[in-house]
Design a protein around this ligand. Structure first.
Ligand code: ATP
Ligand code: MG
Length: 428
């Protein structure tokens, strides 16, 4: 572990002794330490009152503190940017499958045995005399070595179906395999349709976390293989043409990141868009509802299908030759929809059209910054009554600038006058 967090953990361990509580580093961060993977999510847990201990730490180090009473958890933000969660060791009981559990204080061993997988049921003690001692009641270390994802008990997926998606997330991230019984239990839980009982926001969270991983394409294939895509929509299918678009998404995102390093995309939503790219509007609308997508996400999803297909067709048309036409065509496309356009064209295996589209996109993004010098106020000063023509006239100025027909303010004024006299002639 890097020196800075290590030093801090030792100090906080001493503070735990002063308070006569046992303190542990716990969960994914321990797993990642053993895997030698960087992880900056310092999750700590206290046998005792976690929130009280967190307040003490926050006071001592001048850290920001947010308390979540309901989960007996506090989040600390240290002045140097380090973040830390401190919780109370707890047991959970699931009154009903798929709903959030009731929680009670418990020992570290009990706390570990309510977790999702053996590889995440690990803790390292931080009190000075036991500093570095590993607690591994579920043989997580053995499974780490065997590269295996294993649930802790047969009812695990039933208690909390989000674990179905977490299992795939870890399996794909580490290149591990689901252990045999675990696969069987997962399939069983899926066949009992427990996932339907998950709330929209919880399902959305799991799906988007999965699509935020480094290689979502493999995760999507795994979802398909385990017949889990139907939980996004029962008529969602992963046919060959959909798969080709999904497979092209990483390439499209890479192109975007190279070309426009300053404009970050909502990558997970691009995968979701690609996944539904051949679905009917009704299916897409159903997915938006089921996943309780935000307004911005839903707007992106609204471009899937006809709007993207029509834009691709028109962009490939020789009649769309002028940069201003491309600009008008794409003006209301969110960047994520542009990325989907690109992925779709990449999947179509048509080199000339792909090159054309890349040029069009690059020009379009550049043209988004183009502005006219003249404004509505200038038009008024030139004697034009405010009205609908303003939009048309200024729009024509912008088009002319984008197409390189005019470059200066004088050019703009001349073009306004020309338009005005044309208008007058029309009226006479
Ligand atoms: P990541 O690297 O993606 O953050 P993580 O293992 O740290 O993975 P978190 O979601 O940050 O996962 O949760 C931290 C720990 O809390 C997990 O390692 C696991 O022990 C426990 N945990 C999280 N979600 C669940 C769950 N749904 N059921 C049981 N235990 C869970
Ligand atoms: Mg984590």
């Amino acid at each position: 572990m890097p020196a800075r967090p290590l030093h801090l953990l030792r100090q906080i361990g001493r503070l735990a002794d002063e308070q006569s509580v046992s303190l542990y580093l716990v969960g994914g961060v321990v797993r990642d330490l053993l895997l030698k993977r960087q992880n900056w999510d310092l999750d700590l847990t206290v046998e005792g009152d976690g929130i009280a201990f967190a307040r003490l730490v926050a006071d001592r180090y001048g850290a920001g503190l947010a308390v979540f009473e309901r989960f007996a958890t506090a989040r600390l933000a240290f002045p140097d940017g380090l973040k830390m969660d401190i919780a109370t060791t707890r047991q959970e009981s699931y009154a009903q499958p798929a709903l959030l559990p009731m929680v009670q204080p418990a020992s570290i061993e009990e706390d570990l045995s309510r977790r999702d997988f053996t590889i995440n049921a690990l803790a390292v003690q931080l009190n000075p005399r036991q500093f570095g001692r590993l607690h591994d009641p579920c043989e997580g270390q053995r499974d780490l070595q065997a590269r295996t994802i294993r649930v802790l008990h047969a009812g695990s997926f039933q208690d909390d179906p989000t674990r179905i998606f977490r299992a795939i997330r870890f399996e794909q991230r580490f290149g591990f395999r689901l252990e045999r019984t675990t696969v069987r239990l997962l399939a069983q839980a899926a066949s009992r349709n427990l996932i339907q009982r998950l709330s929209g926001p919880r399902l959305q969270n799991e799906i988007l976390l999965l699509f935020a991983e480094r290689e979502p394409v493999r995760a999507i294939a795994r979802l398909e293989q385990l017949k889990l895509l139907r939980f996004l929509h029962r008529r969602l299918c992963y046919r060959k043409n959909v798969k080709q678009v999904v497979v092209a998404v990483p390439k499209a995102l890479a192109w975007w990141a190279r070309r426009f390093p300053d404009s970050a995309l909502d990558r997970p939503i691009v995968y979701l868009m690609a996944l539904s790219s051949e679905s009917s509007p009704a299916v897409v609308a159903g997915m938006i509802r089921r996943l309780a997508l935000s307004r911005a996400q839903a707007k992106n999803m609204g471009f899937v299908g006809r709007r993207v297909d029509r834009a691709l067709k028109r962009l490939a048309d020789k009649k769309t030759a002028r940069p201003s036409q491309v600009y008008r065509l794409l003006a209301d496309f969110p960047d994520e929809a542009l990325a989907l356009l690109l992925a779709k064209q990449m999947s179509a295996q048509h080199a000339a059209r792909l090159n054309l589209l890349k040029r069009q996109l690059a020009a379009y993004v550049k043209n988004k910054a183009v502005k006219t010098v003249l404004t509505g106020r200038d038009l008024q000063a030139m004697g034009l009554q405010p009205g609908l023509q303003y939009k048309t006239i200024l729009g024509n100025l912008l088009d002319a600038r984008i197409d390189g027909m005019i470059t200066t303010e004088a050019d703009e004024r001349a073009l306004v006058k020309k338009q005005l006299s044309a208008l007058r002639n029309l009226l006479i």
